[in-house]
Ligand binder design. Structure first.
Ligand code: CP
Ligand code: NVA
Length: 330
């Protein structure tokens, strides 16, 4: 049976079947080929989308904007200070207003419940550009990048090192379970994913041939990994006061040469970005001054090494987001 996601929301990967995810990945790969070959694809000319950002962004915002323009769409960007949403107008009212004007709505913000509520009222597809719980568009880019590198997804060992409770880890666990990868969350128990989500992921993995493992052991977690993945130690929306504890808990889980050397020889390093691999950022410099560390979740050596595919991954945000917009609006 053919796959059709027209008119659907894209709120979390739990809502999508492996066949639907496969379709989005194949569509993204096709769009990437077209873009590379200069083949125009203004398939959605005459439609309009709006991007609501309650948190900052480089990749996600630019991906939606470029993808939208490539598809011939009109694109409106609303930053945290420039809409009434939440402050003077409820989510439900905002959704009903925007749904009258736009063909699709992207939302980046805090609680997953907000994006779910927007979707319930908008009457047009709503896309999750990151919430505290999930980051589903990132996952499509990650899977496309891994597939480009290894030629397949099923059976690969992917290890997430560091904060195993955040949006990136939650989403990676689910997408790996759906697509048949062996997922390892490698971090301190205090930062492991919620048990209910792990149970759900285990059930999904049982059907796909994948698996889910949680470990505090870096040696065990990185052994034979095909992909070592990490994310920042303090996510957007978390208070600055947690830095000290995170640094203490997560320093043993830094992706460094030793961790990479324990993985397969062909292993790659991935990161959703942005990354604190040096002190060339305001926060990186502040942390260096306060805590005396110049690299956090990944060393500069690994980040800049040949094994690092983080910029392919970043580029693929655009191609995969284009696939989501196209497939749901066409
Ligand atoms: N990876 C990611 O979502 O990046 P931005 O925060 O820059 O959008
Ligand atoms: N976990 C990170 C992901 C950034 C893309 C955050 O939420 O800040």
């Amino acid at each position: 049976m053919g796959v059709n996601v027209r008119g659907r929301n894209f709120l979390k990967l739990l809502d999508y079947t492996p066949a639907e995810i496969r379709y989005l990945l194949d569509t993204a790969a096709e769009f990437k080929r077209m873009k590379r070959n200069g083949v125009p694809h203004r398939y959605l000319e005459g439609k309009n989308i709006v991007l609501l950002f309650e948190k900052t962004s480089t990749r996600t915002r630019c991906s939606f904007e470029v993808a939208g323009h490539d598809l011939g769409l009109g694109v409106t960007y609303l930053d945290p200070g420039s809409s009434q949403m939440g402050k003077k107008e409820s989510i439900a009212d905002t959704a009903r207003v925007l749904g009258r004007m736009y063909d699709g709505i992207e939302y980046r913000g805090f609680d997953q419940k907000i994006v779910e509520e927007l979707a319930a009222y908008a009457g047009v597809p709503v896309w999750n550009g990151l919430t505290d719980q999930f980051h589903p568009t990132q996952m499509l880019a990650d899977m496309l990048t891994i597939e480009e590198k290894f030629g397949h997804l099923k059976g690969l060992n992917l290890t997430l090192m560091g904060d195993c409770r955040n949006n990136t880890c939650n989403s990676l666990m689910i997408v790996c379970a759906k697509m048949g990868l062996h997922f390892t969350a490698c971090g301190p128990k205090a930062l492991w994913p919620e048990e209910a989500l792990v149970n759900t992921a285990n059930e999904i993995a049982a059907a796909s041939g994948g698996s889910i493992r949680l470990t505090e052991s870096v040696d065990e977690g990185t052994k034979d990994a095909d992909v070592i993945y990490t994310d920042i130690w303090v996510s957007m929306g978390e208070p600055d006061t947690v830095w000290e504890e995170r640094i203490r808990l997560l320093t043993p889980y830094q992706v460094n040469r030793k961790a990479m050397d324990n993985a397969k020889e062909s292993a790659v390093f991935m990161h959703c970005l942005p990354s604190f691999h040096d002190t060339k950022t305001v926060i990186g410099a502040q942390i260096a001054e306060k805590f005396g560390i110049t690299e956090m979740e990944v060393t500069d050596e690994v980040f800049e090494s040949d094994r690092s595919i983080v910029f392919d991954e970043a580029e693929n945000r655009m191609h995969t987001i284009k696939a989501v917009i196209y497939a749901t609006l066409c």
